[in-house]
Write a protein that binds this ligand. Structure first.
Ligand SMILES: NC(=O)C1=CN([C@@H]2O[C@H](COP(=O)(O)OP(=O)(O)OC[C@H]3O[C@@H](n4cnc5c(N)ncnc54)[C@H](O)[C@@H]3O)[C@@H](O)[C@H]2O)C=CC1
Ligand SMILES: CC(=O)C(=O)O
Length: 371
């Protein structure tokens, strides 16, 4: 199969969809990889390293997109939609529940859209989201700590406090991969950390893992309101796979926070869990203020640490790309139920139920389209 790797064009998105090591793996299996010139530079990979691994370097995005399968990191932006063609296999993060226009174009052009974030193993875990959630969770605590500093617009407190001065309160809503990793760093930085989740099993796991260094609470509107009001930093880390994020923190709750507090809404890629995080921000201009509270709502947080993130992402995506390239997308999906769950659009239909429901579109079971 011919596989294209365009340079990412989102604001400060320095990740790339493959490393030279990934190219070599695909090449050794008999595939051709076409990397847009300088696509890897932001992650520290030169054209020459890709060439050494067996890639061909192409000079334009158009050439990188004109392949059987395109691997990317972020969802395509409108200026990339013209590259879509019928039957193109697009393997990337898509977050379609929050992208009605992109979904419409993928359907109209009959692109096969396989979303990293909905590939799901039998145990419910999301293997192609996990490493980026680990990165974003760890960043969320660091970023929250930075924006609590006065020169960054925050109230001017240190997460750990000092002897004689109390620690900051950090609330994490959603105790999955992002939440757990945010907690690791926030606890390490000395904060008083509370995690809320809807799943009693998950709360037990967190309690067993962190012991008395965190507080756990059941996620319900009353507990969320109480925790948010007392928090210096609130991190949004909820996911219902494929679906638009539920707005769990209302505007009234945010109004109860003290001035200079910080919200880091990691779940913004699925629409965000705060009523007040109503738009995404960028690495260039990462925060906006509502009711005196700083909101950080960057949808590609790992793009800020591209070297770590690119290697972490491609460690998990390349084995799936290899299956698609070796067998074609249909056989690969039939042979691997986890990959089948990644299929979001095929032949002009939405094949992921939560996306179809969220956007009010017809849902078709992918298996029906394979016959
Ligand atoms: N902004 C960015 O750059 C990035 C964003 N993300 C996003 O972060 C979000 C979280 O991802 P993961 O931690 O990997 O998901 P996950 O599936 O590991 O965890 C989600 C957690 O939310 C919990 N949950 C569901 N409904 C809840 C509710 N009403 N109240 C409290 N908890 C609830 C679930 O029980 C689960 O523990 C996703 O939207 C993901 O796409 C991930 C990486 C980068
Ligand atoms: C998960 C995602 O959207 C990201 O890593 O940018």
């Amino acid at each position: 199969m011919r596989i294209g790797i365009p340079k990412e064009i989102k604001n400060n998105e320095n990740r790339v969809a493959i490393t030279p090591a990934g190219v070599l793996t695909l090449k050794n299996a008999g595939h051709e990889v076409f990397v847009e010139t300088n696509a890897g530079l932001g992650s520290g990979f030169t054209d020459n390293q890709y060439i050494q691994a067996g890639a061909k370097i192409v000079n334009t995005a158009k050439d990188a997109w004109a392949q059987d399968m395109v691997m990317k990191v972020k969802e395509p932006l409108p200026q990339e939609y013209d590259y879509f063609y019928e039957g193109l296999i697009l393997f990337t993060y898509l977050h379609l529940a929050n992208e009605p226009e992109l979904t419409r174009v993928l359907l109209e052009k009959k692109v096969v859209g396989i979303a990293y974030e909905t590939v799901q193993l039998a145990n419910g875990t999301l293997p192609l989201l996990t490493p980026m959630s680990e990165v974003a969770g760890r960043m969320a605590a660091q970023i929250g700590a930075q924006f609590l500093e006065k020169p960054k617009g925050g109230k001017g407190i240190l997460l750990a406090g000092i002897p004689g001065v109390k620690r900051a309160n950090v609330t994490i809503i959603g105790g999955g991969v992002v939440g757990t990793n945010a907690a690791k760093i926030a606890v390490g930085l000395g904060a008083n950390v509370t995690i809320l989740d809807l799943s009693p099993e998950r709360l037990r796991y967190l309690d067993d893992t962190f012991g008395t260094s965190i507080n756990t609470m059941m996620s319900n509107p009353m507990n969320i309101a109480d925790c948010v009001a007392e928090s210096d930093l609130v991190i949004g880390a909820v996911l219902i796979p494929g679906a638009k994020a539920p707005k769990l923190v209302t505007e009234d709750m945010v109004k109860q926070m003290t001035e200079g507090s910080v919200i880091v809404d990691v779940a913004i890629d699925q629409g965000g869990i705060f009523e007040t995080s109503d738009h995404v921000s960028t690495h260039d201009n990462p925060t906006y203020v509502k009711h005196g509270v700083l909101h950080y709502a960057v949808a590609n947080m790992p793009g800020g640490v591209p070297r770590t993130a690119t290697i972490g992402l491609t460690n998990v995506t390349v084995p799936y790309a290899l299956q698609i390239a070796n067998k074609g997308f249909k056989e690969a999906c039939i042979g691997n139920p986890a990959l089948l769950k990644g299929l979001n659009t095929v032949d002009g239909f939405v094949t992921y139920k939560a996306v179809a429901d969220g956007l009010g579109l017809e849902y078709r079971n992918a298996n029906e389209l394979f016959v």
